[in-house]
Design a protein around this ligand. Sequence first.
Ligand code: CP3
Length: 348
Amino acid sequence: MAATKTILKALAGEAQDVPPIWMMRQAGRYLPEYRATRAEAGDFLSLCYNSDLATEVTLQPIRRYGFDGAILFADILLVPQALGADLWFVTGEGPRLSTITQQAEFDALKPASDIHETLSPIYQTVRNLSGALPSETTLIGFAGAPWTVATYMIAGRGTPDQGPAHALKAENRPLFEAIIDRLTEATIEYLSAQIEAGAECVKLFDSWAGSLSGEDFDKYATAPAKRIVAELKARHNDIPVIAFPRQAGEKYIGFHAATGADCVAVDDSVTPEWAAENVQVSGCVQGNLKSSHMVTGGDDLVRETRHIVEAFRGGPHIFNLGHGITPDADPDNVQLMIDTVRGMGRGG
Ligand code: CP3
């Protein structure tokens, strides 16, 4: 059946005069209604595992702005937690996990098939959303890509250069590869369950792909994505997949073909002209307005938004930021971005 929702049309390769739009981290601290629900939940992880409140925060930006896509509210680090790692968030600092640097720590993890009990509230959130969203809104599921999630599992926290993960890769490659394999299997299981619960497409966040170079990029960013995409498409009737190998640079070229992803999301370190010429030629592209425009607004926001829509106009495009919106963003600037995109129909 031909797609009718604008995001699914773009994922099927259709160029549209007005591109569909959603925003990474669209449910988040820049919205007062999010902060209120988050306070009700207590802490961030309690919010993720409370299906009713996670449904509510996912819907908040849809009610306020009418985005074309709703992304499930959860976190990429729930998968290591479901595999048995300890996970907590330190206010003002970020995530902390028990580390995996020794074979014995890896051996204590659960098999990928055992993640579902921990993650069942997330699947319930997807089911809730599937029934609650407006008929034109696409429900987007997601997971972290194995390399990015591994960088947090190995270091036990976020790191500026992913040093601990690179060190383990150099010092104990069999263990490093076993972690990547376990995460690849768990990601397939997790995304598969989200799709069964009603996700209409899924996005794989490889936020630290840019720190892999040469053959490492091919082995630990491209190959796991390829395996995940192939398995999901085989199990779920060719379900569309968005891949986000952030800061991949030249490695964005050919990423559709190398992984089988329907859409490649690009960050704002590449120009839209470059991405149109080198990436959009092989499929749908998502991106790539710099998040700081959501803080600064004004004429620069309008000019850059138009520039991006025009650069990608010849082919399939989903408008988005180049990375997540930040807590200091002004909600009015989000509205200005949306009005600018939607005011750009030909002859309009
Ligand atoms: O896009 C979306 O709105 C979907 C939900 C989503 C969240 N995190 C919610 C969240 C998604 C897709 C993520 C992905 C994620 N989480 C990534 C990869 C994507 C990226 O941004 O590059 C990473 C590295 C994480 C891990 C994580 N979770 C970090 C580093 C942080 C920030 C820590 C902090 O204290 O600010 C989080 C927290 C988080 N994840 C928030 C949200 C809305 C903020 C939570 C809060 O304090 O309310």
